[in-house]
Design a binder for this molecule. Structure first.
Ligand SMILES: [Zn+2]
Length: 524
């Protein structure tokens, strides 16, 4: 049973509590092969090989899980990981390896060491167990074998346990991945469907609906890192100034949350009114088009999934960045001339979506090299991170992240300025798809499904119609997957599927927490 110990370090990193215990029971499917006494050399060798192969499958499974958990705080079957993988080309895969090679190397070393130890122990078993056993020892071994068999069969009979056997988990996982790819392949059929459904809703426009609505969707912005929300560093001076000069039109929602910790899932939820998997789901862009808005998508993202599922529903698309993934160096300022041209073009009612890279990793590529106000800074924020045990790597990334937000502030402010100047009777809404963990609760940087900061987003709305709303509204918690209802209200659009209890601007609004996998204080 020493062989079991060789798996333990990898398993402890991948599972905790009862789950670890369950997986340990499942590993009996390897050890059971060497539990039955066997005399022939050949029989023992074959069974040692089988035990080794199954043991290595558990090791590989645990190594991958531990790596994902450490890097993203995510499980392999989370939508975060499957959508990222279904969406990944060969170029992005190479880039991923370049970014995460230190962590991957550590994981690979642990795997090789554990697998090596397992092989050594099994070889030893092959040799020592050849010595003829006494009758009493034989009986004892048979009893152990039977106990193991009963335990293993019980574990395999219980579905939530069985799921964690690598031979059960990974085939299902591969199928899920193939299904996701297939869905995207059929995206154009889905688009026709969504357009027909939108027309069937017969959406109507109110007399006072705006000339323009600019919807700025940013990426990976944690509101706690904006001075607009009280952060100690001045990361959003332009928006701070807007708030100081506010005449009731500029509304900052203090407690905004995303339901998801990654882009594809968050945008699916947002554009489908929080019901992306419902067979009768609606799409915000299709509805706006059907109501008579000209829709335009201006993007600094290069993302196949977003393009197929959302951008292509817009009447026009301007994709300004052609480098997918985190090494894209296209700065968000690139959207501004396109936005200005769109605002000045024609008189028709417009819904313009501006999709920014925001503060998506790599943070250093999200601001011009000569505009890094927090590079090398050693202020209270930095010292606090150090006191809380954050590594030098995390502290430096926090400086890069805050510099990215500082540049981002100027871009977001410009989108509002252009809207104000050229949008006629206009409304403007800014949010981030999801948050980001940059050393807030642990020594982790990046997307995070297991920390509140992965979901903590900014939400700001501007427009004259907001003047009439009470100030207390700013303290109401909001979730971005319901926000589509608020956007249709801002568009002056009435439609059958509108749910006032999900529209934060409606008196009937009723907050309910999103189905997050962790406990969150939503007023924090
Ligand atoms: Zn994102």
């Amino acid at each position: 049973m020493l062989a079991c110990l060789s798996l333990l370090p990898a398993l402890v990193l991948a599972f905790d509590g009862t789950r670890l215990l369950q997986v340990l029971v499942l590993t009996l499917s390897a050890w059971i092969w060497i539990a039955w006494p066997q005399r022939s050399d050949r029989g023992r060798a074959i069974r040692a090989l089988l035990a080794g192969a199954i043991g290595c499958a558990f090791l590989l499974d645990a190594t991958v899980r531990a790596f994902l958990l450490r890097t993203y705080g995510a499980l392999p079957d989370s939508s975060m990981v499957t959508t990222a993988l279904a969406n990944t080309g060969r170029f992005e895969a190479a880039e991923f390896v370049r970014t995460y090679w230190p962590g991957m190397l550590q994981s690979a070393l642990l795997f090789l060491l554990s697998a090596g130890l397992l092989c050594l122990l099994l070889r030893r078993w092959c040799r020592t167990s050849a010595i003829a056993a006494t009758a009493a020892q034989g009986n004892w071994r048979r009893t152990v074998f039977l106990v193991m068999l009963v335990l293993l069969l019980t574990a395999l009979a219980i579905k939530p346990w069985r799921k964690y056997h690598p031979f059960v988990f990974w085939p299902v996982w591969a199928q899920q991945l193939a299904d996701t790819r297939e869905r995207w392949h059929n995206a154009h059929l889905e688009q026709d469907d969504l357009k027909q459904r939108a027309a069937a809703q017969a959406p109507a426009l109110a007399a006072d609906s705006p000339d323009t609505l600019v919807l700025v969707i940013s990426d990976s912005v944690n509101r706690d890192n904006l001075s607009l929300y009280g952060y100690a560093r001045e990361t959003s001076p332009k928006l701070d100034a807007r708030l100081r000069q506010d005449d009731g039109r500029f509304r900052v929602f203090r407690h905004a949350w995303s339901a998801d910790a990654s882009t594809v899932a968050a945008l699916n939820n947002f554009f489908h009114f929080g019901e992306p998997h419902s067979p009768s789901r609606d799409h915000l862009l299709a509805l706006a088009e059907a109501a008579g808005y000209q829709t335009l998508w201006i993007s600094n993202h290069d993302d196949i999934a977003i393009d197929l599922q959302h951008a292509r529903l817009a009447g026009r698309r301007q994709m300004l960045n052609h480098v997918p993934g985190r090494s894209a160096a296209s700065l968000d300022g690139t959207v501004l001339p396109a936005l200005e041209a769109a605002l000045q073009d024609g008189r028709q009612r417009k819904l313009i979506v501006v999709h920014l890279l925001g503060a998506h990793p790599h943070y250093r590529l999200r601001h011009p090299p000569d505009q890094a106000p927090f590079s090398g800074v050693r202020d209270t924020v930095y010292r606090e991170l150090k006191q809380n045990g954050r590594s030098l790597w995390t502290r430096e990334l926090r400086n890069d992240y805050d510099s990215a937000l500082h540049f981002h502030d100027s871009v977001v402010d410009q989108t509002l300025e252009l809207t104000r100047r050229f949008g006629g009777n206009a409304r403007w809404l800014f949010l981030s798809d999801h948050g980001q963990e940059v050393g807030q609760v642990s020594d982790h940087t990046g997307h995070s499904a297991l920390s509140p900061d992965g979901y903590r987003i900014p939400l700001v709305v501007w427009g004259s119609s907001l003047r009439e709303l009470p100030d207390a509204l700013a303290r109401t918690p909001v979730r971005s997957d319901w926000l589509g209802h608020t956007v249709t209200r801002l568009l002056g659009l009435s439609w059958a599927g509108y749910r006032p209890e999900r529209d934060v601007l409606d008196p009937h609004y009723r907050w309910q927490p999103p189905p997050h996998p962790l406990r969150i204080d939503y007023l924090s």
